[in-house]
Design a protein around this ligand. Sequence first.
Ligand code: NDP
Ligand code: 53V
Length: 211
Amino acid sequence: MTGGKIPVVGIVACLQPDMGIGFLGGLPWRLPNEMKYFRQVTSLTKDSSKKNAVIMGRKTWESIPPKFRPLPNRMNVIISRSFQDDFAHDKERSIVRSNSLANALTNLENNFQEHLERIYVIGGGEVYNQIFSITDHWLITKINALDKNAIPAMDTFLDAKKLMEAFSEQCPAQLKEFLPPKVELPETDSDQRYSQEEKDYHFEFTLYNRK
Ligand code: NDP
Ligand code: 53V
């Protein structure tokens, strides 16, 4: 069967207002409920015959605790300029190693179109910076520190200007519709937003579509 192209979706958790995403190669926070959302969104599909692919930079791959990688039930695509091959697929482990983002996307499109529902780009900063022109959607978890005097240290950021130029935030109902029905969302708050508090943070799940 042939179809349109596989949608490419950026997924990221950012601390407001500066859109910080990382520190010293790791995440600046430990938020199990946000991680659960990330796992469900990237693992679940609307069409049960399909899977999702997750594309990540080599540094993000290396920062995932070894016992959690490859991320289960997803095709894990790691990109590094030092890899030899355009697209080397280890089917047993569901890992692909690719020497460029363009090669990774082209090969997924050409060889896995019928089997993949979405391609999620899961980080980190260098890779996000390259995908504003090719993503169809962004799933952004907007995190706020409850105590404005206790902001964690961050050294990696999402380019908010590039995001705002090309994408606009959708209403919460659109987010719900976009996600596979089995993704668990918190109750909506008084503003009808999907938000929750965890540890020292408040966060909100949002969807941005291309303008
Ligand atoms: P990345 O994870 O973006 O990895 C960068 C590496 O990816 C490069 O050094 C290169 O590998 C490879 N790469 C990038 N672009 C290409 C390309 N076009 N073709 C081939 N290879 C490419 O690193 P960052 O340091 O920017 O980001 C890591 C940070 O992001 C960490 O702090 C992490 O915790 C955070 N993060 C945060 C997330 C969030 O949602 N808050 C999500 C994911 C990560 P090589 O050097 O081998 O050539
Ligand atoms: C995202 C840097 C939203 C992500 C990446 C893949 C990530 C990075 C990482 C560690 C993990 C800490 C941890 C524990 C268990 C399992 C994993 C995979 C990780 C994950 O170190 C990410 C991400 C998140 C969390 N949320 N919204 N978007 N791209």
